[in-house]
Design a protein around this ligand. Sequence first.
Ligand SMILES: [Zn+2]
Length: 317
Amino acid sequence: MTKGNRRKDSSANINFSKKSRGRKRRKRLNMKKILLLLLIVVTIGGCAKIALAYRHEQEIARIETENKEKLKKLLENNQDSQKVVGQKKEFKEKVGVDAQKVWNALNAYDYDNGGKKEVFLTFDDGPSTTNTPKVLEILKNNGVKGTFFVIGRSLRMDGAPEILKQIYEEGHAIGNHSYSHDYSYLYPSRVLNMNNFLEDFNKNSELINKSLGMDNFSTRVIRCPGGQLSWKETTPLNEYMIKNNMASIDWNALNGDAEGAKKNADQLYDFAVKSSAGNNLIVLLMHDTYGKEETVKYLDKMIKYYKSNGYEFKTLV
Ligand SMILES: [Zn+2]
């Protein structure tokens, strides 16, 4: 072998081992790529699984929350459907009117009630065992409903709770007119005392429920003894009424059965007719408590007067 051939041989060997090392490196590189790819595939798979499980959990939580809310609403609706506010439902739907709207209308300048004639017969200070049953009979015979603003002082009398039940059963509305009806307690020095007022009205509210034997009854309508407009600093009462979705209502007509000299049935009729004149919307103040026998005597004629003049009979709720 010549010197030149030996050089050729050795360079060929070098080339061969270079090629072989290159192949091995490529092989290793490919293996690394495959492993990396596998790792990526496994990682992506794992992540996808985790994401899926997370989404699944979220979905379950969402459904659970939704179901809880549905159940809560269902329970609330059920409780609401069992609540009775002011008047037996079937009658309230027919003749009940939001007392706050009526009061706002009466206080609006030149209110004409859109040509509709409506009268609200209201009876204060009862129920009495002497006159209220007769009032109820007259209302029944005329097929009309009224609103009874009851007081605790009358309700605690023997036999009064039964009459309140009758008022309710026969479809009339019930309003709260305080427990004591005591001006000096409710409005010392003619100024509204909110603490005394609320204590007294809440006490009567409890007595109304006890008398009716219903814990699901409430009334949102109150009438201040003496009328709210007679007293000073009643703004806190207005604020309380708005906040609690309640209404305080006075009247815009009266038969005078608690004012001035005692009147007989004819005089009460004349008084009420005069007082109602020119009004399409009338809230008539009367009393069904003890000593109001003349009111019982005049009532039928009064109802017929409103009927013949085209008035519809409504209740305050
Ligand atoms: Zn009164």
